[in-house]
Design a protein around this ligand. Structure first.
Ligand code: R5P
Length: 292
């Protein structure tokens, strides 16, 4: 028997259905002091478990989420499951994919090493910010990573639902350029990326670049994460006379609330459930799992 063990959300249930695996709900109890206790009841020991845990925008706590995933993986290992594949649609600590200043933690590597030490064989995540380890197939010995594109289902959703007019896809910073071209290829049209400079000490950012000749066009701003919203808001200020503005983001964290943009249509995936989660990524994850 093969099973998806997961938080009882649409993404986990849909993934089980795409894979044709049994779905076993995982219950995560949280105590008032913040401690968590994932509970997984197995009637028999599956030969393979796909462990899925998700996080929501309304209750976003990345450290608690990581501990839930670690404890659940250990719980399965202790129960005798040999083949555990972990799905963390939003991969925490992916931004710290190098040591940028002496003495800092190499957080993304530590996360992989922790799961490897628990016998997890694979981590599947959606559009991570690990630019320096794009495929992260062999990032850490003993565990493999798979970076599933969240932009493919996002782009198809936009193309299928909005009758796009002469689309122009805009990355709000240099790193988003490759995502902008990925989306442009699906919706049709060109792509371009602005530049963003970040002060490593204060975290303050500034956006450079000019986008002109957008009159009458549908502009789609794409990014992997919307956290405070500062990056996409700065990008919208560069746009004049567009027909419509769409903001298409894979992970909608919305740490400062959801109403920072007016006059733009916001669309995100369901990697982090939020009021704009229109696009389900379970089929893309299932497709990736079938490739390995
Ligand atoms: C960083 O470069 C990322 O790709 C995003 O642009 C960034 O995390 C967005 O953060 P915020 O919404 O706070 O500007």
């Amino acid at each position: 028997m093969k099973a998806v063990v997961g938080s009882p959300c649409a993404l986990s249930k849909n993934l089980a259905s795409h894979l044709g695996y049994e779905f076993i709900p995982m219950d995560v109890r949280a105590f008032p002091d913040g401690e968590v206790n994932p509970r997984i009841v197995l009637e028999e020991i599956p030969e393979e478990v796909v462990l899925v845990n998700t996080i929501t925008q309304s209750d976003f706590n990345v450290n608690r989420y990581l501990v839930e995933c670690l404890f659940a993986a250990k719980n399965l290992a202790d129960a005798g499951v040999d083949d555990v594949k972990l799905v963390m649609p939003y991969l925490p600590y992916a931004r710290q994919d190098a040591v940028f200043r002496p003495g800092e933690s190499y957080s993304s590597r530590y996360v992989f090493e922790l799961f490897a030490s628990l016998g997890v064989k694979w981590i599947f995540a959606v559009t991570t910010h690990m630019h320096r380890h794009e495929t992260f197939l062999s990032f850490v010995p003993g565990i493999k990573g798979y970076n599933v594109s969240g932009f493919v289902p996002l782009a198809h959703y936009l193309k299928d639902n909005f009758n796009l007019h002469n689309p122009f896809v805009l990355g709000p910073d240099g790193e988003a350029g490759k995502w902008a071209s990925e989306v442009a290829e699906i919706v049709g049209g060109e792509s371009y990326s602005l530049m963003k400079k970040r002060d490593r000490t204060t975290g303050a950012t500034e956006t450079f670049g000019d986008v002109t000749v957008l009159e009458g066009r549908d502009v789609i701003i794409v990014d992997d994460v919307i956290s405070t919203g500062g990056t996409v808001v700065a990008a919208t200020r560069k746009i004049e006379k567009a027909h419509r503005i769409f903001v298409a983001v894979v992970h909608g964290l919305f740490m400062k609330g959801t109403d920072m943009l007016s006059g733009a249509t916001m669309v995100t995936t369901n990697t982090v459930e939020n009021p704009f989660s229109r696009v389900d990524v379970s089929a893309a994850i299932a497709h990736a799992m079938k490739q390995v």
